[in-house]
Ligand binder design. Structure first.
Ligand code: FA5
Ligand code: MG
Length: 391
């Protein structure tokens, strides 16, 4: 998400879609479906694949020797109880994410009020935890983003943040530049060791990335289902972040990572659709036992129902805004949204796009009428909010 370039485009006022007219804060764009998810705590549910994965990773960070750079007595503290509602300032400004950054828009983040939001990443806890004196810790929680609709993206998912800081003396070097190189090497080694422990033999690769709060920044991808899948972002903690955390940047350096737990669990348990993690169908959860890694056996799923929607797009059309409307109208029932046709009218030069939306319920069959109702609403909102002319 931090790689997305800033774009100028119509910023949607999602709160105008709000179905319930309770006295809400005018900034509140959190739908009830997401609010109820904040209560579920599936990552703590006994036997849930996420819970087993977390236990395994905690085991790794609890063992002491996580890389060649063994620090005697070092213990990673574990934090997993911070509520997801956080201060906007801590989650963006303090990490150096500028006010006009795309990730902060109301089309990308769920705001409760002007100053509070559902955390879009666990990085929000880095600075407060360091400031409280922690030098090595991991922190797990549910995170929320208005994201695209597909098998590897969901608007609620889970991250684990990890941080380790050290001073020059511990590293046995005389300057910060050298210390940062060691930190980067250590970071890669720790995460490669972790990936090997979790996955066994897996093809992986490092990709250069950008995050405002680390420098340098990198991402790790693993090969899964014939595709490269991004499983974490990380880097050497930015000086500005270190300073805000009360660290002396002439003497201390550190690394941080944030991993997408579902992506790891998908590979580990062979779960091919991220929405299955939220399924309340007993055929899902009864397949797993806490502490045991077993491959998921797909059960016959309820059928999909697809509908197409074609419209003329205005010059500043932004696909993501369309996806968000789909999400708003149908919750998680829209399994995939794909553009199946694009053409430019030879005379008017106007562009038309046609999207196919596949609807599927995890736990029951959808009726055609239900799906038609989504389409009716979708058509209205695409016309009114995106200024698209329907075809
Ligand atoms: C971050 O969120 C940074 N905070 C990570 C970080 C932490 C960088 C500390 C540096 C230091 P990113 O937006 O790339 O980065 O998300 C991290 C991971 O979350 C991704 O690699 C991916 O595995 C997972 N992820 C992102 N969006 C989704 C989504 N919608 N559904 C499921 N997993 C997701
Ligand atoms: Mg990323």
């Amino acid at each position: 998400q931090f790689l997305k370039a800033n774009r100028s485009s119509v910023v949607l006022s999602l709160r105008t879609f709000s179905t319930d007219q309770k006295a809400k804060d005018p900034y509140d764009n959190i739908p009830d479906s997401i609010l109820s998810i904040t209560q579920r705590k599936i990552y703590k549910q006994d036997g849930h694949p996420l819970s087993t994965l977390i236990e395994k990773i905690e085991g790794f960070f609890g063992q002491g020797q996580i890389s060649d750079l063994h620090i005697p007595g070092e213990k990673f503290k574990v934090f997993s109880d911070f509520p997801p509602l956080v201060k906007v300032k801590e989650c963006f400004d303090d990490l150096g994410i500028p006010e006009d950054h795309v990730s902060r828009r109301i089309t990308d983040t769920y705001y409760k009020s002007r100053d509070t939001c559902l955390r879009p990443h666990t990085s929000v806890h880095q600075i407060p935890l360091m400031r409280a004196g922690n030098n090595a810790f991991i922190c797990v929680g549910d995170v929320y983003r208005k994201d695209t609709v597909d098998k590897t993206h969901y608007p609620a998912f889970h991250q684990m943040e990890g941080v380790r800081t050290y001073d020059l003396k511990t590293l046995g070097v005389g300057n910060v530049a050298e210390a940062k190189l060691i930190a980067e090497r250590d970071l890669k080694q720790v995460l490669e060791n972790l990936a090997r422990l979790v996955f066994g033999d897996v093809e992986m690769r490092w990709i250069d990335a950008y995050f405002p709060f680390t420098e340098p920044s990198i991402e790790l991808e693993i090969f899964y289902n014939n595709e490269w899948l991004e499983v974490l972002g990380c880097g050497v903690i930015h000086d500005k972040v270190m300073t805000r955390a009360g660290k002396d940047i002439t003497n201390e350096v550190g690394w941080a990572f944030g991993l997408g737990l579902e992506r790891w669990a998908m590979k580990l348990f062979d779960i091919s659709d991220i929405r299955l993690f939220w399924s309340q169908d007993p055929r899902f959860i009864t397949q797993f036992k806490q502490g045991h890694i077993t491959k998921f056996k797909p059960y016959s799923r309820f059928p999909t129902c697809y509908k197409d929607l074609a419209f003329w797009v205005p010059p500043h059309f932004n696909e993501n805004e369309f996806f968000q409307i789909v999400r708003h109208v149908s919750g998680d029932l829209a399994e995939t949204v794909e553009c199946i046709d694009k053409f430019t009218h030879p005379k008017t030069g106007r562009e038309s796009q046609c999207f196919r939306i596949n609807y599927r319920h995890m736990d029951r069959s959808l009726t055609n009428e239900e799906v038609d109702q989504f389409q009716v609403k979708l058509r209205q909102l695409v016309a009114s909010e995106l200024q698209c002319e329907l075809r």
